[in-house]
Design a protein around this ligand. Structure first.
Ligand code: AN0
Ligand code: CP
Length: 315
């Protein structure tokens, strides 16, 4: 694997899930692969899970790791071309990314969307500048439109815990107090469309995701209808794709509670985290037997390790 920025970079979905689950059983079997190889993790935005799980995955493979919280610890980065840098920015992404390419064998980059200019976000302007200027294999640690390491961990979790060949998986919108990216639901939809699951999306009117990611998936505005007989429920807030980055008014209460689980097939509840308790998801579910959120976050290690292993093998 030369890069990992979307599901399109995976040639065999079943094989990479199987590989992750083998690594989970025997984490240190490939320590030789990463010897003398350097991974850089570059964050333009905060992270707990992505930072720690990817670092752990790399160490399990014998790699060295450098982490740069460039938003806080780096020089203020200029991302635009053709500007006279007489303002607050100190160095251009052209030099910054190229220099990182000198120090690293593989780079991971986290770059959230601005949620102001849809075209800029959906053409992945910032992320693609890293790809172009660093000149080395790149892993997305969540870009403006996708979070593939999260989606792979989610698929691993579903494959690991499903009790029937083709489970019903429901992606449900959840409330929030501020506009969040569409990256996690976009990615989850894109991966579920390729997985062996019955996939349904439910959201309030106005929160339709881009059809480039939902690919004809069944979408309903009726959460109860979607939840009926669900085996897995994936909870996530996102802002509108149109009008972009806005939060259209919502009727009804979309937060999942134990009461709503009664119409499901005793569904397991997933969320990528971080989650706001009793706003996005009820504390009773998070603290109860149906929650998979911590287990799912644990699987981020094996997702990252399977990806890094395949990238090391292609170096
Ligand atoms: C981010 C998001 O929704 O994309 C990161 C999730 C992994 N979440 C927040 O900003 C709260
Ligand atoms: N789920 C996830 O990516 O978490 P972090 O933002 O903490 O990395």
């Amino acid at each position: 694997m030369k890069q990992f920025t979307s599901v399109k970079d995976v040639t065999d979905l079943k094989a990479i899930v199987a590989e992750a689950l083998v690594l989970k059983k025997d984490p240190f079997a490939y320590q030789h692969l990463g010897k003398n190889k350097m991974l850089g993790l570059v964050f333009l935005n905060p992270s707990l899970r992505t930072r720690m799980s990817t670092q752990k995955a790399a160490l399990n493979l014998g790699m060295n790791v450098m982490v740069l919280n460039i938003d806080k610890e780096g020089w203020a980065l200029e991302l635009r071309d053709n500007v006279v840098m007489n303002g607050t920015t100190v160095e251009h992404i052209r030099e910054a990314a190229a220099v990182m390419g000198e120090y690293l064998d593989i780079i991971g980059v986290r770059s959230f969307p601005g949620l102001k200019d849809r075209n800029e976000d959906y053409t992945e302007v910032i992320f693609n500048k890293f790809v172009e200027y660093c000149g080395i294999p790149i892993v997305s640690l969540e870009s403006a439109t996708r979070h593939p390491l999260q989606s792979l961990a989610d698929l691993i979790t579903i494959e690991e815990l499903k009790t029937k060949a083709r489970p019903k998986v429901v992606l449900t919108w959840a409330p929030h107090i501020k506009p969040l990216p569409q990256a996690v639901p976009n990615s989850f939809a894109e991966w579920m469309c390729k997985a062996d699951v019955d996939f349904v999306i439910t959201q309030p009117k106005g929160y339709e995701l881009s059809t480039d990611f939902t690919n004809g998936t069944t979408i309903t505005y009726n959460q109860d209808e979607a939840l009926a007989d669900a085996d897995f429920i994936y909870v996530k807030n996102w802002s509108a794709y149109e009008p972009y980055g806005q939060m259209p008014e919502v009727n009804g209460n979309w937060m999942l509670t134990n009461d709503r689980l009664k119409i499901t097939n005793n569904a397991k509840v997933m969320h990528c985290l971080p989650v706001r308790r009793d706003l996005e998801l009820s504390a009773e579910i998070l603290d109860g037997p149906n929650s998979l959120v911590v287990h799912e976050a644990g699987n981020r290690v094996w997702a990252a390790q399977a990806v890094l292993k395949q990238m090391l093998e292609a170096l």
